[in-house]
Design a protein around this ligand. Sequence first.
Ligand code: 5HM
Length: 336
Amino acid sequence: MTPETAETFHEAYPRVLDQVTTCPEYRISTRGNTSLELLDVSFRVADPIQRLPYLVSRPINLAYNWAEVVWYWFGRDDLDMIGYYAPQMAQNSHDGRTLTGTAYGPPLFNEGPDGRSQWQRVLDLLVKDNDSKRAVLTIFRPEELAVDSNPDVSCTIAAQFFLRENGLNLTCYMRGNDAFMGLPSDFFSFTVLQELAARLIGVPVGYYTHHVGSMHVNMPNRPKVRKILAEISGEDYRPPAFRFPIMPVDSCISSLRLLVREEERLRTDTHRHTVRSVAETGLHPYWQQVLLIWEVYRQIIHTECAVSGEVLSALDPGYRWLIGRRWPARMPEAAV
Ligand code: 5HM
């Protein structure tokens, strides 16, 4: 039987949260967390470019989501970069500097003995043998369980591309997924990588399928899940009309190289961007938006003033909406 299909992630996310919290199979306690759990959860999203949930009760951190993609792409494992966007990730580090299981970049993008990464091998394979069933990217490593006290074991086992008539489909297999916290960022990163792969080999984006062994919600997040479910079932609720921008066909790799350099300058507060300076980078407007998001985040972290109205106005409406909901106290008066 094939999994249930939703059109967008905005539609899928509350459905998963509802299933896990209203009809959980188990209540488990492991590594300090008590959770409601449902085993063997699968769903498919027909239009994975629509990768954001637009929820007032769960405004996700776009600066983190985009940083995670770039962090993966450059095969990084440092807390310096990712911890700036998500300080709580330091808890998973065994040495206070790096992450192991959570850092999916090294296994996916670092070169192997043949001079190619797993990612590159899989893309090369798909170009030669379109219908291949071998386009697998493995993340979980058996050695991760060799040390009992390992604080960071990969939650994603593998991802598999299927190039079929409709386009490039991606299926991810996870051993465990936190439906409230982890799922939105995992969905975001995996589907950006799917879209990147589709652009690089010049095919349309297909659908995205998610298979999870243990889908769970940690008990402290239950009230937040209730709020989400109340929001979407409220009388006044109207689904958002925002559309996530479409990634341009060319220059993805050079844009990512430029982005990672600019990200560091903003993160370390050694540079400030304006709408004009972002335009002068020569980046495609799609990627300029990512820099603008990080500039907003720089202002939030490194200053105490309201975020620049000029930068906010230059943002894509869906991005602006989410940022306004995530950091309402930092919005300029006109934007409130
Ligand atoms: O005890 P365990 O190693 O499973 O705890 C890690 C938890 O982090 C997972 O169960 C899952 O809830 C969450 N997680 C996630 O949802 C972790 C990662 C990092 O690999 C992820 N998504 N990408």
